[in-house]
Write a protein that binds this ligand. Sequence first.
Ligand code: ZN
Ligand code: ZN
Length: 294
Amino acid sequence: MKLIDTHCHVHFNAYKQDMDEVIRRSLEKGVFLITVGTQADTSRRGLEVAERYEGVWATVGLHPSHLCEQSFVDDEEVDPSQTQIIKTRCEVFDPKVYLPLAQHSKCVAIGECGLDYYHFPEGCDPEAEKERQRQTCRAHFELASKVGLPVVIHSRNAHKEQLGIIKEFLDQNQLQRRGVIHCFTGTLEEAQAYLDSGFLISVTGIVTFSPRKKDQLESGLSLLQEVVRQLPLESLMVETDAPYICPEPFRGQRNEPWQVITIAKKIAEIKGISFEEVAEVTNTNAKRLFGISF
Ligand SMILES: [Zn+2]
Ligand SMILES: [Zn+2]
């Protein structure tokens, strides 16, 4: 059975020692993957990796958490020994830099881009930062509209504003290819609003985590599990976000793209359907959104 991990970062520093092994391990298990850029250099590197493998694609974009001047470099993402500036690395989104990357034949989407209001590094002015995130998100949407690619949206604690920006673009007949809300953790109403705009919802290993007692719904499920149970399979994709968010029972370890199998199995269990059905329908959704075949 084939499956596709629609969002991972297999070209990050976390796989510096064994990236090719990790990719091969996933491909051997029938898991294809899309490796997602978060800055100009990781976007470039992702494309280089995708060039080398059939069944590997990439996206290019600037993650909303990389805009604040005080943001810390994530050692999992880039090698701190290779950068002079360790703690004050930031990037201003320059469409001129990203346009040629977006036109690469292995580039299947723009992102991850979006809004992350969850956490602002110390020393950042949250209001100024939010405004910068909104402007940067719009610049990504413009690029996606221009090159005719879908967007991969990272949205945390900001669904209302994120939906507002999406609507701005849809009202102008832009974002023709729509996109996906990656690592979705919002409410059913928020998910529904994205679906109404023609977007897909993507589910990570968080769906395998048992809810804490206080977060447990009457059904015994977590909020995310309940959302997944209720949403039509036609609106869902699966992703690992590797190296982060390793599913149970390996929570806390370095994640790998083949773990998307564990996530699809959990979705099958929650929805009371077969793993094959989850794989088949989410594959179709991914093929259609990203314009790929496998
Ligand atoms: Zn993300
Ligand atoms: Zn990610």
